[in-house]
Design a protein around this ligand. Structure first.
Ligand SMILES: Nc1ncnc2c1ncn2[C@@H]1O[C@H](COP(=O)(O)OP(=O)(O)OP(=O)(O)O)[C@@H](O)[C@H]1O
Ligand SMILES: [Mg+2]
Length: 224
């Protein structure tokens, strides 16, 4: 059993097929780049892997458990699942919803039922690591694009998920922040985390990916 398995997964929007017979598996600790042209279905596949939409045909297994609408409607299961699997959206605006950066970082750990001391420790560590200390009381919508991205990454970091899924993580970041983020992702990989990231960036393929999962415009999936 692999950590993530998709078998013959199909998904369509309003009858328009986007994912067609997608078949792949990812082992724990692998770093996999999800590639393919605009509109190939990368973001759709990441939403499906995060239990936000479900296969219309075929099946998706996470750590041996089939992820279905019924399963995700079980509060206890969905909580467990979201703790194991972090999702950094392409657009941080849809991810950040609290009234301050510090609250945003505490949200996941609070949901996990951690002690106040543990929550505070995680938030402080993340504020430091992501360079967000001076922004901690700011409302997320007042941050710059790059600052929002860091806050979104930090809000996943405080949950310490085993699997990180990231949609175009380098998009709209300056060179220095990109360098920093590549190093951060390399450190996650070295810590044994599983990474799946959609990207158009050559450097992520070279510096981070163990292999590539290509969603082609013909909707076939292949590895190299
Ligand atoms: N909510 C939606 N309703 C209808 N069609 C959608 C919806 N979301 C995505 N699509 C369509 O599904 C296809 C795949 O979209 P998706 O966002 O998954 O592609 P992508 O590979 O992430 O592209 P990009 O590289 O531009 O981010 C596109 O043709 C898109 O227009
Ligand atoms: Mg996309």
């Amino acid at each position: 059993m692999k950590q993530i398995e998709c078998h013959d997964v199909c998904y369509a929007y309003d009858g328009e097929p986007v994912l067609r017979h997608v078949e792949f598996a990812i082992a724990k600790g692998e770093a996999v780049a999800l590639t393919g042209p605009n509109g190939a279905g990368k973001s759709t596949l990441l939403r499906l892997l995060n239990g936000l939409i479900f296969p219309e045909l075929g099946s998706y297994f996470f750590e041996g458990q089939e992820i279905t609408k019924t399963r995700m409607a079980e509060h206890k299961f969905s909580k467990y699942f979201h703790q194991r699997m972090g999702y950094v959206w392409q657009n941080p605006d849809v991810q950040l919803f609290c009234s301050s950066v510090a609250e945003e970082l505490a949200f996941g750990p609070v949901q996990m039922g951690l002690s106040a001391a543990e929550i505070d420790g995680r938030v402080q560590d993340a504020l430091e690591l992501f360079g967000l200390i001076r922004l901690q009381n700011r409302a997320p919508y007042t941050l710059s694009g790059g600052e929002k991205k860091k806050a979104a990454l930090a809000s996943i970091f405080t949950m310490n998920p085993q699997v990180w899924t990231l949609d175009e993580p380098l998009a709209s970041l300056d060179d220095k922040t990109q360098d920093w983020l590549v190093e951060f992702l390399q450190a996650l990989k070295e810590a044994g985390k599983t990474l799946l990231f959609s990207t158009h960036e050559e450097r992520l393929l070279k510096q981070l990916a163990d292999r590539q999962l290509l969603l082609s415009s013909q909707h076939e999936i292949s590895f190299n």
